[in-house]
Design a protein around this ligand. Structure first.
Ligand code: COA
Length: 159
């Protein structure tokens, strides 16, 4: 079974490679995700099997830009989640989401984190089904498009 762990700096290479192949239809996400990896406020977890990385989840925390800005609210942004094809349907995605909820809960002890949001391609039925299962719903069905041209939608889950 894979173990879910905070990423080490050298995991940027594996995370970039996984993004490049899993998200290849959507644009140059190998490079984009590698940039997120080293960005301030972004936490990455990897799924490790032996010495290999078979998946990752990346979560960023941002100041809230919604209408109700009373206090000092924050939002958690699930920037990317991917499991390599040979390791799917074994509970790794679920374990990542549980780790993400745990981290958001911990952040919530000292910041006003109101919601977790994410962007998913409208045609990514596996992704939509996966996120719905863990309590996310569509909050913006027309959230622009990916670099590859696919329509993007925004999903959110209140905390
Ligand atoms: C979405 C993704 C991360 C799920 O990872 P995973 O490790 O396979 O997920 P899990 O094994 O934990 O599955 C959890 C639940 O999600 C749902 N699910 C996952 N894959 C599914 C599939 N192919 N078809 C239908 N439901 C699916 C199921 O309800 C599953 O529970 P079950 O196995 O008990 O039926 C993985 O499919 C992936 O990397 N996809 C490509 C990248 C992507 O689309 N990312 C999301 C957009 S950023």
């Amino acid at each position: 079974m894979a173990s879910i762990e905070p990423a080490r700096p050298e995991d940027v290479v594996s995370v970039g490679r996984i993004s490049e192949s899993v998200f290849e239809d959507y644009g140059d996400y190998g490079k984009i995700v590698a940039k997120f990896f080293i960005s301030q406020g972004v936490t990455t977890y990897v799924a490790r099997v032996g010495a290999g990385v078979v998946g990752f989840l990346m979560l960023g925390f941002l100041p809230w830009s919604g209408g109700d800005s009373e206090g000092n609210p924050w939002i958690a942004d699930l920037l990317a989640i991917a499991v390599v094809p040979g390791h799917r349907r074994r509970g790794i995605g679920k374990a990542f989401v549980e780790q993400m909820f745990k981290l958001a809960g911990e952040m919530g002890e000292w910041r006003d984190v109101r919601e977790i949001q994410l962007t998913c391609a409208a045609g990514n039925l596996v992704g939509l089904n996966f996120f719905s299962k863990y309590g996310f719903s569509v909050i913006d069905p027309r959230h622009g498009s990916y670099l590859g041209g696919q329509a993007a939608l925004r999903m959110g889950k209140k905390l």
